[in-house]
Design a protein around this ligand. Structure first.
Ligand code: ADP
Ligand code: MG
Length: 139
């Protein structure tokens, strides 16, 4: 399992469906999904690992500017499969056919978030979804 976020730029561009089709096309299954508007406190906490980076304040502002779609994805090697279909952080460096190549604007407004390892995936899923919520959605 891994956590995906369709960021405010992609939601504003009306490509929730386009992004999700890429995820599903990569063999990932949407286990849970909801649209939320992050508070400043939530965005700061979610990206706390980047607190010392120069782009942190702008990133928090961007992630709170509009609604996002948070999704739990499931599949074989879900973390790596999601990172592969996302493409590079900087869309100029992203491979053809990836979400960021197709839908991102720039290195900040880059359409999607994806967990970077199994352990962070666990933490990030728990950040947005309770165990009971996920259990109720199990198929
Ligand atoms: P990724 O989302 O690919 O895992 P990082 O974890 O390094 O990338 O960065 C988190 C997010 O911070 C990026 O997705 C992007 O929105 C933003 N970001 C990263 N690097 C920069 C940068 N140099 N300038 C502006 N924003 C950045
Ligand atoms: Mg990251």
């Amino acid at each position: 399992r891994t956590l995906s976020i369709i960021k405010p730029d992609a939601v504003a561009k009306n490509v929730i469906g386009g992004v999700t089709a890429k995820l599903e096309g990569a063999g990932l299954r949407i286990l849970a999904s909801k649209m939320v508007r992050l508070t400043e406190a939530q965005a700061k906490a979610f990206y706390a690992v980047h607190a010392e980076r120069g782009f942190y304040n702008d990133l928090v502002k961007f992630m709170t500017e509009g609604p996002v779609v948070v999704q739990v994805l499931e599949g074989e090697n879900a973390v790596a499969a999601n990172r592969a279909i996302m493409g590079a952080t900087n869309p100029e460096k992203a491979d053809a056919g990836t979400i960021r190549k197709e839908f991102a604007t720039n290195i900040e407004r880059n359409a999607v978030h994806g967990s970077d390892a199994a352990e962070t995936a666990k933490e990030e899923i728990a950040f947005f979804f309770s165990t009971a919520e996920l259990a109720a959605l199990a198929r």
